[in-house]
Design a protein around this ligand. Structure first.
Ligand code: F6R
Length: 241
């Protein structure tokens, strides 16, 4: 894993955008594995700027998101589909038909999960996977556990994750307790991984990523065996290193 520490989140974001742009310039129909949440917001802003300046073309790009809350449809303002549309897709020339987010309201969630894996397979896997990291070390919604799933599955969110995500909802009890999430399989098979961590509340998880042995109780530590991971940190996230 390569680590880079930046003085500011803005610099981190600009750098992350250049990494993703590099993949897009090399492969015009690249598959972007995308995350939601605070961490990649700056990346999306920078990619939008590159597009607006005529420096990036998304017309043939495909994207596949990591996760979606169970029970929220794409029009709900806290759904991850909505997040992706308003923070990124609506501002670039990507064809929405080529953007995929798990279906959190499928009648048969298990079937939907299986179909999501088939979709990832049919896209040829992920060229560059963007990840945030949970304060507990989760990636996607692969939460700390004795065992981790390779495939897309329905995850029960931990107390800690529900608390961390409550900031986006009216109250903690409005946070969905389950999510459909990509498993660790496609993440580990992605040709390139960029993990973004910013803020003091990520410092513990980042320290574990660096210092701890590989363990399913800190899912991000699996990335230690991936051949091409770049971890981008701001000073606060790197403060315990
Ligand atoms: C989001 C996701 C999560 C987040 C993580 C960090 O699609 O899969 O793993 O990346 O919870 O969230 P933020 O960036 O909001 O701190």
């Amino acid at each position: 894993m390569k680590f880079k520490v930046f003085d500011s989140y803005e610099e981190l974001s600009a750098y992350s955008a250049e990494l993703v742009a590099g993949v897009i310039r090399e492969k015009e129909d690249a598959v972007l594995g995308l995350a939601t949440g605070s961490s990649p917001l700056g990346l999306y802003e920078e990619l939008i700027k590159l597009y607006e300046d005529g420096n990036l073309d998304f017309s043939r790009i495909r994207s596949i998101n990591l996760d979606e809350y169970v029970g929220l449809d794409g029009t709900h303002d806290q759904s991850y589909r909505y997040f992706m549309d308003i923070n990124f897709f609506n501002h670039i020339n990507i064809d929405k038909k080529n953007t995929f987010v798990p279906n959190g309201i499928a009648e048969d969630l298990e079937k939907g999960a299986k179909e999501y894996d088939e979709l990832i397979e049919s896209l040829g896997g992920v060229d560059v996977q963007v990840l945030g990291i949970g304060p507990n070390g989760h990636i996607g919604f692969n939460e700390p556990a004795e065992q981790l799933n390779l495939n897309t599955h329905i995850a029960e969110l931990t107390e800690e994750t529900i608390k961390a995500n409550a900031r986006f909802f009216a109250s903690e009890k409005d946070v969905p307790t389950r999510a459909v999430t990509m498993g660790v399989g496609p993440i580990m098979k992605a040709r390139k991984v960029i993990l973004i961590a910013s803020g003091e509340n990520k410092a513990w998880a980042v320290k574990s990523l660096v210092d701890d042995l590989i363990s399913t109780t800190i899912p991000a530590t699996l990335l230690k065996v991936h051949p091409d991971v770049t971890v981008l940190l701001d000073k606060a996230a790197a403060s315990l290193l």
